[in-house]
Design a protein around this ligand. Structure first.
Ligand code: AMP
Length: 215
């Protein structure tokens, strides 16, 4: 089973992916995480990527598909994959279909379009903090911490993403809305697009996703 999340920043695609991984044992590829890993490596490529991301812009399709394909090779396709943050453009969707079919004899089964009000998404994005060691995502407004500012799972110091500021959020959210329509039409025409309205709590959203998966 291969799943795509299409969602604006702050909708919780990372959190929903984590819940699906825990329950169904799928592999999870977040293109945002792949890019942040490259940035943290300190490479020249990472420096260029940082400039693009921090301005709220998109990294090129060719670079993205190259990084994605490398990661799929590493994980294998057998367990199924959650694609979190990819594709973001119709061109990427076409490239992904081709890659899945020609290289892995596989295909995408579900595309979940997470729908959320901009004001709510902004609150979530601005409150988001991540664990750089185990990848757990928290929100300062909703989560409880054993020790303030530290990961409940592995005790590492939590960090805020540089692009989770108001200015970058606005660029990312607005560009998501304008760029996503063709992507939604693309998957809708294939009959695999499912709209999921985000609930107040992550569990509510997860329940809606599970209903669709178990249909
Ligand atoms: P995310 O963690 O999914 O919110 O991604 C953070 C940032 O990484 C985005 O705002 C983009 O700048 C970049 N990015 C992530 N995925 C992609 C993609 N599929 N195509 C282009 N840029 C991406």
């Amino acid at each position: 089973m291969n799943i795509i999340f299409i969602a604006p920043p702050g909708a919780g695609k990372g959190t929903q992916s984590e819940m699906l991984v825990n329950k169904y044992g799928l592999n999870h590829i977040s293109t945002g995480d792949l890019l942040r890993e490259e940035i943290n490596s300190g490479s020249d490529l990472g420096k260029k990527i940082a400039e693009i991301i921090n301005g709220g812009n998109l990294v090129s399709d060719d670079l993205m598909i190259e990084m994605l394909s490398k990661k799929i090779d590493e994980l294998g396709i057998e367990k199924g994959i959650i694609f979190d943050g990819f594709p973001r453009t119709e061109n990427q969707a076409i490239m992904l279909d081709k890659l899945m079919e020609e290289k892995y004899a596989s295909k995408i089964n579900y595309v979940f379009n997470l729908v959320i009000e901009k004001s709510e998404a902004m609150k979530r994005a601005l409150g988001r903090i991540l664990c750089p060691s185990c990848g757990k995502i928290y929100n300062v407004y909703f989560d409880k911490f054993d020790v303030d500012g530290y990961c409940n799972v592995c005790n590492s110091k939590l960090e805020k993403r540089l692009d989770d500021n108001e200015e970058s959020f606005n660029v990312r959210f607005d560009s998501f809305i304008s760029k996503t329509k063709p992507l939604i039409d693309f998957y809708s025409n294939k009959g695999i697009l499912y709209e999921v309205k985000c609930g107040d709590k992550k569990e509510e959203t997860f329940e809606k996703i599970e209903v669709l998966l178990n249909k």
